[in-house]
Ligand binder design. Structure first.
Ligand SMILES: [Zn+2]
Ligand SMILES: [Zn+2]
Length: 431
C-alpha cells in the first residue's frame, strides 16, 4: 500500500526519539515502523503522514535537534500497528550522539520518594536524563553498544524498557538497585558525610571522570588539597547545593542563573562580591569563582547528607586529562585522596565539566565538556576537515559527511599523555 518514508538527521539518538515517534504515530492512528541507523532515524508511515510531520515540527522530543527531514512516497507492506524495529548498523557513520544529561525533575522526585523502588539510587535515569556520551562504545546508541551491556536488566526494568507508555521506554542506561551499577563502598553515603566533615579529600567517580572533593569552607582541607594537587594558583571549581549560597558570595544575573540551572549544568564563572575565609585558597588572586550545581543523582544524595559548598575539581595531575578508570584513580590519586568513592559502571569516554561565562548577556563556552559536548551541527561542505585548538584547553573538531562535531575538552598539550589521549580520541572518531 502507499505510504511515506521519512529520514531524519540531527541529535535523534539517545533523546527518546523513537518512543516519541511511537506515541505520536499511535495517537494519530498511523501504522508503520521506526528504526535507528547510523545515518539517523528512519520512519515508514502508512497513509497520510501530514499530521505526523506537523507534530514533528511543532512538538518534537525536547532533547532532540532536527537538522534535516527528507520524505518520499513509497510502497509499504500493510501493517495493523506501529512498531519500533531493532537498530541497523547499515548506512554511513554520520550519526552523532547526545552529550550526558543532568538529572531531570521526574527522576529527582523519584530519588527522594521512599515509596519508589529507585529511592536514593545514585544511578537513576530515564529517557530524558542520564549518561550518554560517557558510556557509548559504538553507534548506533543501543544498550549492547554501551558500558551498560554488563548489567542485565531485572524483570521490573525490562518491563519498563519494553513499555511504550513508560518514561523509561528504550532508555538505554535504565537501571535500578537490583540490577544496575553500584557504588563502592556499599555504605558510601556514610563514608562521604563522615570524611567530608573530617576535612578529608575524597576522590569521587562521577559521570565523565573522577573529581577530588573536600569541604570548601574548611580552611585546612582546602589548603591540603591545594598542596597535594601541586596546583599552585589554578582555581578550583565549587559545587553548591543550591543558588542561595552562591547569591551570598557572588553576583548572579538572570542569564547566569539560567545557565547554572540549565540542563547542561556547566561551571559558571561568577563575579565575587563577598570574600570568605577560604576563597584565597580556592581562587587565588581572582575576583571570579567557578560554580556549578549538582548534576547527577549521586550529587543530589551527597548534598542531601552534607548541605554545604564542596570543592569539586577534576582529578588529575597538573595538565593531565581527567582520570576516568578505577585502577588508574587508585594508582594515580593515592598521594592526594584520603578516601575513594567509586562505582562499577565503566566510563568509556572521559568528559570533564564544561566551563562557561556570561558576557553582555551572551553565554560564552570557555571549555566544552560534559552536558555540552560532543555537539554536532550540519556544515555546508563535503570535505573532511580536522581542526585543533587551543594549546592549554585542547580539543578537536571534525567535519565529516556534512556534519561538524566539536569534542569535549581533553587537556593541556604540554603533557605527552594528553597528546596521546588526543590522538586516540581523534582516531576513534575517524574509524
Ligand atoms: Zn530522568
Ligand atoms: Zn532493574
Amino acid at each position: 500500500m502507499k505510504g511515506t518514508a521519512i529520514h531524519i538527521t540531527g541529535i535523534v539518538q539517545g533523546v527518546g526519539f523513537r518512543p516519541w515517534v511511537w506515541r505520536t504515530a499511535t495517537r494519530l492512528g498511523l501504522n508503520g515502523t521506526v528504526l535507528n541507523s547510523f545515518d539517523g532515524v528512519h520512519i515508514e508511515l502508512q497513509g497520510n503522514a501530514e499530521s505526523f510531520l506537523l507534530a514533528l515540527e511543532n512538538d518534537p522530543p525536547p532533547l532532540s535537534r532536527i537538522d534535516t527531514i527528507e520524505t518520499r512516497a513509497t510502497e509499504l507492506e500493510p501493517m495493523d500497528h506501529f512498531e519500533i524495529l531493532a537498530s541497523t548498523g547499515e548506512g554511513e557513520a554520520m550519526q552523532r550522539i547526545s552529550p550526558d544529561i543532568s538529572i531531570c525533575e521526574d527522576c529527582r522526585r523519584e530519588l527522594s520518594d521512599p515509596a519508589n523502588r529507585r529511592f536514593r539510587y545514585p544511578f537513576i535515569n530515564c529517557i530524558n536524563c542520564g549518561p550518554r556520551f560517557s558510556i557509548i562504545e559504538n553507534l548506533p546508541y543501543d544498550r549492547p553498544n554501551t558500558s551498560m551491556q554488563a548489567f542485565a536488566m531485572c524483570p521490573a526494568c525490562a518491563s519498563e524498557y519494553a513499555d511504550p507508555a513508560d518514561r523509561r521506554y528504550h532508555a538505554q542506561p535504565i537501571a535500578c538497585p537490583v540490577c544496575g551499577p553500584q557504588m563502592m563502598p556499599e555504605n558510601w553515603e556514610d563514608v562521604w558525610v563522615t570524611s567530608i566533615r573530617q576535612g578529608k579529600i575524597i576522590a569521587v567517580k562521577g559521570i565523565g571522570g573522577f573529581h577530588l572533593a573536600c569541604d570548601a569552607l574548611n580552611p585546612e582541607a582546602v589548603a591540603r588539597l591545594r598542596k597535594r594537587k601541586g596546583r599552585e594558583s589554578k582555581p578550583f571549581a565549587l559545587m553548591v547545593p543550591n543558588l542561595d549560597w552562591v547569591r551570598t558570595v557572588c553576583s548572579v544575573s538572570l542569564e547566569e542563573e539560567r545557565l547554572l540551572t540549565s540542563r547542561e549544568r556547566p561551571v559558571v564563572l561568577l563575579k565575587l562580591r563577598k570574600r570568605f575565609e577560604t576563597v584565597e585558597d580556592i581562587a587565588p588572586g581572582l575576583n571570579t569563582l567557578g560554580v556549578m550545581l549538582p548534576y547527577s543523582p549521586m550529587h543530589e544524595i551527597m548534598f542531601d547528607r552534607f548541605p554545604n559548598p564542596v570543592i569539586m575539581t577534576s582529578a588529575n595531575y597538573t595538565s593531565e586529562p581527567m582520570i576516568h578508570l578505577n585502577e588508574q584513580a587508585e594508582k594515580k590519586l593515592s598521594g592526594i585522596a584520603d578516601v575513594f568513592l567509586m562505582h562499577n559502571r565503566p566510563i568509556v569516554n572521559r568528559c570533564d565539566d564544561p566551563v562557561c561565562a556570561v558576557h553582555e548577556r551572551q553565554t560564552i563556552v570557555l571549555r566544552p565538556g560534559r552536558g555540552i559536548a560532543p555537539v554536532s551541527m550540519p556544515v555546508d561542505t563535503d570535505q573532511c576537515i580536522l581542526a585543533f585548538g587551543a594549546d592549554m584547553k585542547n580539543t578537536f573538531a571534525l567535519a565529516h559527511h556534512g556534519q561538524l562535531t566539536l569534542h569535549p575538552y581533553i587537556g593541556d598539550l604540554e603533557n605527552p599523555e594528553t597528546q596521546m589521549i588526543l590522538e586516540d580520541a581523534v582516531q576513534r572518531e575517524l574509524d
